[in-house]
Design a protein around this ligand. Structure first.
Ligand code: CO
Length: 221
């Protein structure tokens, strides 16, 4: 049987199983979504957000891209972030990277890979920023693992620098931000960074939000 036919068959079996356990399952599922989490993960097929956290449909809003990057000019992730934070009002945003990340590995190398060079460039910038620390690590695999962790931390920092997060912190003191790394050798997630809502923001990245009245009184037209 063709691979894709198997997938469709598996879907039928899954839906049947859900209905056997709870005949209202899909009636309830289709009503609404109120996930507590936004997950920003790597597209890698070995790191499925729901599977490794045992979360069920409806519990996590997911965005995945190569090497779990939060890029300020990426309208895709910014739209996901805005919707998750402002409409769904998630309480936590998780950036989850993983060891053995092909994207991070490629960024450590010098091969011309075409279009994706531009995407991986963001990871090279993380490397350059932490060059002093990474330079000290002689073992290449250990340096690779550390870059995976630093990449996650920098993506969490990138979240803080968005107006979406800063406005939400001001208005409702949420969401909290977390940086995690999944280890596929053990199946376990390592916490590498936590930024609770309301944490101090670097001055150069901080936005002041005006009320409507202040805007209309402003001398800038
Ligand atoms: Co990856």
């Amino acid at each position: 049987m063709k691979d894709y036919k198997k997938v469709l068959l598996a879907n039928k079996a899954w839906a049947k199983e859900k209905l056997e356990l709870d005949e209202d399952y899909f009636t309830n599922l289709s009503k609404d979504q109120q996930p507590n989490f936004l997950w920003i993960g790597c597209s890698d097929s070995r790191v499925p957000a729901e599977e490794i956290t045992n979360m069920q449909p409806g519990e996590v809003f997911v965005h995945r891209n190569v090497a779990n990057l939060v890029v300020h000019t990426d309208i895709n992730i910014l739209s996901v972030l805005q919707y998750a934070v402002e409409v769904l009002k998630v309480q936590h945003v998780v950036v989850c990277g993983h060891y053995n990340c092909g994207g991070v590995k490629a960024a450590m190398g010098n091969q011309d890979l075409g279009l994706i060079n531009k995407w991986l460039r963001n990871i090279k910038d993380v490397y350059a920023k932490h060059d002093a620390e990474l330079h000290q690590i002689e073992d290449e695999n250990a340096r690779f693992n550390r870059l995976v962790e630093l990449n996650v931390s920098e993506q969490v920092n990138n979240l803080v620098q968005t107006t979406v997060i800063q406005r939400a912190w001001k208005n409702r003191e949420l969401p909290h931000l977390h940086g995690w790394v999944f280890d596929m050798h053990t199946g376990l997630i390592k916490e590498v960074m936590d930024i609770p809502a309301g944490s101090k923001i670097d001055d150069i990245y901080r936005f002041d939000f005006h009320t409507d009245e202040q805007v209309s009184n402003s001398s800038i037209h």
